[in-house]
Design a protein around this ligand. Structure first.
Ligand SMILES: Nc1nc2c(ncn2[C@@H]2O[C@H](COP(=O)(O)OP(=O)(O)OP(=O)(O)O)[C@@H](O)[C@H]2O)c(=O)[nH]1
Length: 351
């Protein structure tokens, strides 16, 4: 799946659209040689101007509508992300206003062409055309704020992460500097294509792993699952909701060496919050940096987890220690689900 907003065009603002349409109408009118008497000539020329202005404007606006996915057609993960990044309601309203403008301009076009066709006075005909121009310009000015909004939204949305919604997704969580990116690199392909995307103020890292027919992706969302819930704002809460639609498994990282700068008690506290927030999700908890961590601290964390019935695994992501075992555990959780999908696909194809 690609970024659904990839094809969104740059959006012209009201003044630019009006300018373009009026210029095209003048060009068309000057290249046109009407026939008949003076009234007939005036009618033909002004009808051409009205039709051209209407067509140019509606084509521009329709292009925006056609190349922008409607909010309700998006998979829920992208809906949540859209809301996080730009406000779903405003976005929807902006698109609706463009739709309204297209329809209204079309109606006005028909009405004014008819008036022009019935008029017998060249001056009146020219006045009608100017009146049409005025009304169309004012419609565009009315929706200008929405055009501006969509343009800003486009700049954000076209850089949305390309996350494959069909792949099982593993979400990495833990305090900053515990080794999330290091682990992500270890868990994904030898040459990982870890892309960084604008996401709130930080980025979102995505890497894919493939072994035989099994594929999964790992994402790390700096700034989201690395602080207590109480410190998160509404936007971040929504982004976390987005992760819930996507994630199949959480890998939670502790840094018992405390080199990350967060004491072990604080890490335990955050773990409890994330564990509660993602209740029902499978969790794999790893203790990273065991190459430099103090054995007592490692045991303290292991004890804390054991009391909660949570298994843990010692690793040293930088040196690659424990990674094979971790992959085995990941695959053990992911595989049955993948097999179920493949099995179902086989059944559907066989039917
Ligand atoms: N000694 C040791 N250092 C490690 C290990 N894993 C990661 N580090 C170091 O820890 C630091 C932080 O690692 P990152 O992978 O950048 O941590 P992060 O959690 O992704 O950090 P943010 O993206 O800021 O949240 C880096 O300097 C790594 O080199 C490890 O197993 N052992």
């Amino acid at each position: 799946m690609k970024n659904p907003f990839e094809k969104m065009p740059t959006i012209l603002l009201a003044d630019e659209i009006i300018d373009k349409a009026f210029r095209r109408a003048e060009k068309a009118a000057s290249a046109f040689t009407p026939r008949g008497n003076i009234v007939s000539k005036a009618r033909q020329r002004e009808e051409l101007r009205i039709r051209t202005v209407s067509n140019v404007i509606r084509d521009n606006l329709r292009k925006v509508l056609n190349r922008t996915p409607g909010v309700s057609t998006l998979p829920s993960f992208y809906q949540e992300l859209l809301d996080t990044l730009v406000d779903k309601r405003m976005f929807h309203k902006a698109l609706a206003s463009i739709n309204w403008a297209v329809k209204t301009i079309r109606t006005l076009e028909e009405r004014y062409v008819e008036k022009v066709r019935y008029s017998r006075d060249p001056k009146e005909i020219a006045r009608l055309r100017r009146e049409f121009y005025g009304r169309v310009a004012s419609i565009l000015k009315d929706i200008n704020d929405n055009l501006e909004y969509l343009n800003k939204a486009r700049d954000v949305l076209k850089d949305m992460p390309v996350i494959d919604l069909d792949l099982p997704t593993i979400v990495i969580a833990g305090h900053p500097n515990v080794g999330k990116s290091t682990l992500l690199r270890r868990l994904t392909n030898a040459k990982p294509e870890i892309a960084t995307y604008p996401f709130t103020t930080k980025g979102i890292n995505v890497g894919q792993f493939e072994e035989h027919w099994l594929r999964y992706q790992v994402i790390d969302t700096p700034g989201l699952l690395d602080r207590p819930l109480s410190e998160r704002n509404e936007i971040e809460r929504q982004a976390i909701l987005a992760l819930k639609h996507l994630g199949k498994l959480i890998i939670y990282i502790f840094d018992p060496s405390e080199y990350c700068g967060y004491p072990i008690e604080e890490q335990m506290h955050l773990f409890e919050e994330v564990y509660r927030e993602f209740g029902g999700f499978p969790f794999i908890v790893v203790l990273n940096k065991t190459d430099i961590a103090n054995e007592d601290k490692i045991r303290e964390v292991e004890e804390f987890l054991r009391e909660r019935g949570v298994e843990s695994l010692r690793i040293a992501a930088e040196k690659g220690l424990g990674i094979e075992e971790l992959k085995k555990r990941v695959i053990k959780i992911i595989k049955p689900e993948m097999e179920a999908i493949v099995h179902n696909m086989g059944r559907i194809e066989g039917e």
